[in-house]
Design a protein around this ligand. Structure first.
Ligand SMILES: Nc1nc2c(ncn2[C@@H]2O[C@H](COP(=O)(O)OP(=O)(O)OP(=O)(O)O)[C@@H](O)[C@H]2O)c(=O)[nH]1
Ligand SMILES: [Mg+2]
Length: 686
């Protein structure tokens, strides 16, 4: 079995389209894992293998593989960089020991980049920065480094400097050993001389690297001050320590499309990123004693792992992906401590893109999978039943966009059972039923997220999902009072019908619902009919008098009436008071109410003005502001009707730097002019 010191668990993160998947392909190719360099553009990538990824040429799901390089075994995860699939990157970051953070040499730091560095910051994950696509037009190394320093919480340490750029990118200089490497036609690095015109620059980079590394350790700073110099060994050891503590991120440079710089990066991963047992121990809780417990990431420790992804497959069943934190898993069952059940499985797999390779056992650092578990879901902890532990649960990104979902006629059952299966796979999806509008709502992270869901469902289960803007659940209420009579009388041969009621209605405070008071004295309406009166009013309230929306916040008092010994009945009283209620409601100044949402918006400071202006145009009310290290937090209340497309709008006017959350707050009266439009629309619909 491989020594745990030789394992690495690495996640590739970075903003969309910066070349993450291409880099992963080049790493797999360079290590001999694949025999051709997979390309995203022609659908030959082993990591972007899902049909939707091939069609769109973007990563949608995190993908996994593993390779061996110079005796080290690396578990590699490639993640999507599109905001719609941010949660994939979040969950992978949560279970990874280290990160390869990609930034495009031409695009530099983008607005979205900080969303990914937030995941790194949360746990100070050891990170190597990789400047990608160095061969592209407008690639500019110095510019990217400045962009990182100015905008990201990562502290870059320049360990590699490109020789040439754009189409002239032809090699790199290693700042530590002061050697130049020029790429051959296969992209492999061949040792060479530092170009004359770069010598001063490289010397200066080495000087600042020494200072930077020295600052991380007292011993090193003493040595540096005394001797004015650090050895290559000091630099590597110091860097390793700085990477582990999250204080330093060494920089590598690649053009993975041409396989350039990739072998040097592979060495760097072996040399500078931590083994599972170098990393700080992950705490969990003992499910019985609730004590904080830890597991040592050694193969002979008790087994523990966390499920971070579930994949729904219509044929193979569910595939559960987990990261092993401690111990060794073999055999055919494990204990799920989160659900307190034992689960059996057939075979342990290691993932190789879309393929699964059967293995007998997996140890610390591994990303592995088993199929067809019954109860286990994403986030659960799996462990040795005799040494139970529950790791911190995964917190999915909250959905911010909702659509009403419908199926084609006759497909309803099939569609909703398919969506339910996809809910297991994707914790950022939510399916709810709006009780008033009776619509089924599907919520997700963004428009594209839900569109891709539709495509996947169609491919996997052969059923179409139709999305519509949801109806706003308006309500109606009263602002005035009224006292009216409702009388129902029918005499058409045989037994007649008779009921006579007098009611008084008045508004209740917002949220007051419905209140019924029986004020009948002297038995003018017999007690047995009172429940029918109450029920009749409630039924009448289901459809309000102005636009047919439910009525709320009304107090109704039954004050007087009369009955007939033979002709009165429960039904007659229901009809009478229903008539009374409609008449009273129409007289008591009825108004339309709309749902008001709480919204919390996070944006960089320079976007605050735009957000405020926009909120104003949406009839929003700012309730307060807060500051976070990189963002301003705006708390506001906005009518639901105004923010149904907010996700796309916020993205467009903040350049993708904004995020928001919404929740229901309360109902409020709709302003007059708008109310007229809504009433008109409701009437024409009817
Ligand atoms: N010239 C050049 N193009 C590259 C390089 N790396 C990637 N590309 C191209 O850039 C585009 C995006 O590459 P991907 O590898 O899909 O980028 P990604 O970061 O995985 O994108 P997402 O997963 O969608 O976030 C593709 O057209 C690649 O062919 C490179 O080193 N040089
Ligand atoms: Mg990708």
């Amino acid at each position: 079995m491989t020594d745990v010191k030789l394992f690495r668990n690495v996640a590739i993160l970075g903003h969309g389209n910066c070349g993450k998947t291409t880099l992963a392909e080049a790493m797999l190719f360079s290590t001999g894992k694949t025999n051709r360099l997979g390309k995203v553009d022609d659908g030959s990538s082993t990591m972007d293998f899902e049909p939707e990824e091939i069609k769109k040429q973007v990563s949608i799901s995190a993908a996994f593989n593993h390779y061996t390089w110079k005796k080290h075994e690396i578990f590699l995860a490639d993640t999507p960089g599109d905001d719609n699939f941010l949660n994939e990157a979040k969950f992978v970051a949560h279970i990874s020991d280290s990160v390869l953070f990609c930034i495009g040499a031409a695009t530099s730091v983008k607005n979205q980049t900080t969303k990914y560095t937030d995941f790194i910051e949360e746990r100070k994950i050891p990170t190597i920065i990789c400047i990608t696509r160095m061969d592209r037009e407008r690639a500019n190394f110095a510019n990217v480094i400045q962009g990182i320093k100015d905008n990201l919480p990562l502290k870059p340490a320049i360990t590699f400097v490109p020789i040439g750029s754009e189409t002239n990118f032809r090699g790199v200089v290693n700042v530590i050993n002061q050697k130049a490497y020029v790429f051959d036609d296969k992209g492999k690095a061949k040792e060479s001389e530092i170009p004359e015109d770069m010598k001063d620059e490289i010397a200066a980079f080495r000087e600042s690297l020494m200072e930077q590394v020295a600052e991380t350790e007292d011993e090193l700073i003493e040595k540096f001050l005394e001797e004015g110099e650090l050895t290559d060994e000091d630099l590597v050891n110091g860097l390793k320590a700085g990477v582990l503590s999250g204080e330093i991120c060494p920089v590598s440079v690649t053009a993975a499309y041409n396989n350039q710089g990739v072998d040097l990066l592979l060495d760097m991963i072996n040399d500078l990123l931590p083994a599972p047992d170098d990393c700080p121990l992950r705490a969990g809780t003992d499910p019985k004693s609730k004590d904080v417990v830890e597991r040592v990431p050694k193969p002979d420790a008790p087994f523990s792992a966390q499920v971070f992804k579930t994949m729904a497959d219509p044929f193979a069943g569910r595939l559960t992906l987990f990261r092993v934190f401690s111990g060794t898993l073999s055999g055919d069952s494990f204990y799920n401590s989160t659900r307190d059940v034992n689960e059996r499985f057939g075979q342990i797999f290691i993932l190789e893109g879309k393929n699964q390779k059967p293995v007998d056992s997996v140890g610390p650092g591994a990303i592995a999978a088993v199929a067809k578990l019954k109860e286990t879901v994403t986030g659960d902890t799996l462990c040795d039943e005799n040494s139970p532990i529950i790791y911190e649960p995964l917190r999915p990104i909250t959905p911010v966009i909702a659509y009403a979902v419908t199926a084609r006629k006759g497909d309803e059952e099939k569609l909703f059972s398919s969506i339910t299966k996809m809910l297991d796979e994707d914790l950022t999806l939510r399916l709810t039923r709006e009780s008033q509008t009776k619509e089924i709502l599907i919520s997700g992270v963004g428009q594209v997220h839900l569109e891709v869901l539709g495509e996947k469902i169609k491919r996997k289960y052969g059923v179409e999902m139709e999305l519509h803007t949801p109806k706003v659940p308006y309500k109606e209420t009263l602002k005035g009072r009224a006292r009216v009579q409702g009388k129902h009388k029918k005499q058409s041969g045989g037994r007649g019908q008779f009921a006579d009621t007098w009611i008084e209605i008045e508004p209740l405070p917002r949220g007051g619902g419905y209140e019924f008071v029986d004020k009948i004295v002297g038995g003018v309406i017999p007690k047995t009919y009172i429940p029918a009166v109450d029920k009749g009013i409630q039924e009448a309230m289901e459809k309000g008098v102005i636009a047919g929306y439910p009525m709320v916040d009304v107090k109704v008092q039954l004050v007087d009436g009369s009955f007939h010994a033979v002709d009165s009945s429960e039904l007659a009283f229901k009809i009478a008071c229903s008539l009374a209620f409609k008449k009273a409601a129409a007289e008591a100044n009825p108004v339309l109410l709309e749902p008001i949402m709480n919204i919390t918006i996070r944006v960089p400071e320079d976007c605050v003005g735009d957000v405020m202006g926009d909120l104003n145009s949406r009839r929003g009310r700012v309730m307060g502001m807060d500051s976070e290290p990189r963002n301003e937090v705006i708390n506001a209340q906005v009518p639901m009707a105004e923010i149904q497309k907010y996700a796309a709008d916020l993205t467009s006017f903040t350049g993708g730097r904004g995020a928001f959350e919404v929740s229901f707050s309360h109902y409020e009266e709709v302003p007059g002019q708008l109310a007229e439009k809504i009433i008109e629309a409701a009437k024409s619909e009817e």
